[in-house]
Design a protein around this ligand. Structure first.
Ligand code: NAD
Ligand code: ZN
Length: 344
C-alpha cells in the first residue's frame, strides 16, 4: 500500500511530496497514523541542503520528527499500547545496551539514530518507530501543542538543566526553542529572563511568551538592559539557544562569577577565552536531545498553566508544505504546523 510523504528524494535543495511504501511494523514496533507535524530547524537545514545535511542525510528519505498521531497497528510482541491511542514519539532511537543507556542517560547514547534524520521520518501519513519510543499522551493537551513537544522537550531539558528559581537568566537566541526556554524559566520562578536576538519579530515572540526584557544586540546594549533590570553582578544562569559564536561569547562576558551555562545552540566556532571561564568559575554544560523525564514535565507544565499557543504562527495542509518552509526560512515565524488529517 502507498502513502503520501515529504521526501528528500535526491541530494540538493527542496523536498518532494510523493507516494512511498506505507511501512509495516516489525517485531516490537508501532505504526502511527500522523495527525499533525511541526517543522523543526533541522528540517529546514535538510530542506535547504546545507553543509550539515550534505554530510548527514542519505536520500531518498522521508524527513520530519515533530508529530502527533494515533496508533494504527502494533507489531508482534508490543504490549501496553492499543490501536487508536493518541501518541507522539521520542525521536532518538538508542541502542539500549551501552553504558549511558543502561544508566538511564539515553540522551548520551553514542549509537543514537534520529527519526527523520538517519531513518524515515514523520512527514508522512504513517511513521513506524520502536514501541520503546512511543509516548502516550493525556487528553488535556491539544494536538497542535503535542505536534512540537519534541522541540519543547529540547527547551525544557535545557531550561531545567540548572535551578532557575529566583535566578536571573540570559537566553541568547529567540528561535522557537529559545522562546519556549524563556517561558519555562518564568514558569519555574526565575526572577528576570532577558532574551537576546538580532531579529525583532522573534524578540516580540519572546515578549509575548513572558520574557522580562528583550534585547536586539544589533543595536542595543545588553549591559544597559541588565542595569535597568537590576542585574548587578551578572546572570546566574545562561541558556545558549542561537548557535551564534557572538552570542556565546557575549554570554560568557555577562555571567555572574560562579554562573552556570547550558549550551543547546549548534554552530559557529568561537574564540572562547578559557581564562574567563576559569577565573569566573563558570560551569558549562552541553545539552543534546532530551530525557524521557522531560516528556512527563512537558505535559505537567502545560497542565500547570504554561501557555505555548502564542508560539504557533502558521498552519498549513501538508500539500502546502512549501509555504511552511518559506515561513520558516523567512525568520518571521514561530512554530509552523502541517496538518495531515483530511477533514481538519
Ligand atoms: P533558530 O535557528 O530558529 O533560532 C536561532 C535564533 O538565534 C534565531 O532567531 C537567530 O536570529 C538568533 N541569533 C542569531 N545570531 C544571534 C546573536 N548573535 N545573538 C542572539 N541571537 C542570535 O533555532 P531553534 O529551532 O530555536 O533552535 C535553537 C538552537 O538549538 C539551534 O542552533 C539548533 O540547531 C539547536 N538545537 C540543538 C539541539 C540539541 O540537541 N543540542 C536540538 C534542537 C535544536
Ligand atoms: Zn546506547
Amino acid at each position: 500500500m502507498l502513502m503520501d510523504a515529504l521526501v528528500k528524494a535526491e541530494a540538493g535543495p527542496g523536498l518532494k511530496l510523493m507516494k512511498v511504501e506505507k511501512p509495516t511494523p516489525s517485531f516490537g514496533e508501532v505504526l502511527i497514523k500522523i495527525s499533525k507535524t511541526a517543522i523543526c530547524g533541522t528540517d529546514v537545514h535538510i530542506y535547504n541542503w546545507d553543509p550539515w545535511s550534505q554530510e548527514h542525510i542519505h536520500p531518498p528519505m522521508t524527513i520530519g520528527h515533530e508529530y502527533v498521531g494515533h496508533i494504527a497497528e502494533l507489531g508482534a510482541g508490543v504490549q501496553g499500547f492499543h490501536v487508536g491511542q493518541r501518541v507522539s514519539g521520542e525521536g532518538h532511537i538508542v541502542c539500549g545496551i551501552c553504558r549511558n543507556c543502561r544508566a538511564g542517560n539515553e540522551q548520551w547514547c553514542k549509537f543514537t539514530k534520529g527519526v527523520g534524520v538517519d531513518r524515515n521520518g514523520a512527514f508522512a501519513e504513517y511513521v513506524c518507530i520502536p514501541a520503546t519510543n512511543v509516548i502516550p499522551l493525556k487528553d488535556t493537551i491539544p494536538d497542535e501543542l503535542v505536534a512540537f513537544f519534541d522541540a519543547y522537550g529540547n527547551a525544557a531539558h535545557t531550561a531545567l538543566a540548572f535551578d532557575v528559581a529566583g535566578e536571573d537568566v540570559l537566553v541568547t537566541g529567540a528561535g522557537p526553542i529559545g522562546v519556549m526556554a524563556a517561558a519555562i524559566c518564568r514558569h519555574n520562578g526565575a526572577r528576570r529572563v532577558v532574551v537576546t536576538d538580532i531579529n525583532d519579530y522573534r524578540l516580540e515572540m519572546a515578549k509575548k511568551l513572558g520574557a522580562t526584557a528583550v534585547v536586539n544586540t544589533k543595536r542595543e546594549d545588553l549591559k544597559a538592559v541588565m542595569h535597568e533590570q537590576g542585574i548587578v553582578e551578572g546572570f546566574d544562569v545562561g541558556l545558549e539557544m542561537s548557535g551564534a559564536a557572538a552570542a556565546r561569547d557575549q554570554m560568557i562576558d555577562s555571567m555572574r562569577n560562579g554562573g552556570k551555562i547550558a549550551l543547546l545552540g549548534i554552530g559557529g566556532s568561537s574564540n572562547v577565552d578559557w581564562n574567563k571561564i576559569i577565573w569566573n568559575g563558570l560551569t558549562l554544560k552541553g545539552i543534546y536531545g532530551r530525557t524521557y523525564d522531560t516528556w512527563y514535565k512537558l505535559t505537567a507544565m502545560i497542565e500547570a498553566g504554561l501557555d505555548l499557543k502564542p508560539l504557533i504562527t502558521h498552519r498549513f495542509d501538508y500539500h502546502d508544505f512549501e509555504k511552511g518552509f518559506e515561513a520558516m526560512n523567512s525568520g518571521n515565524s514561530g512554530k509552523v504546523i502541517l496538518n495531515w488529517e483530511a477533514d481538519k
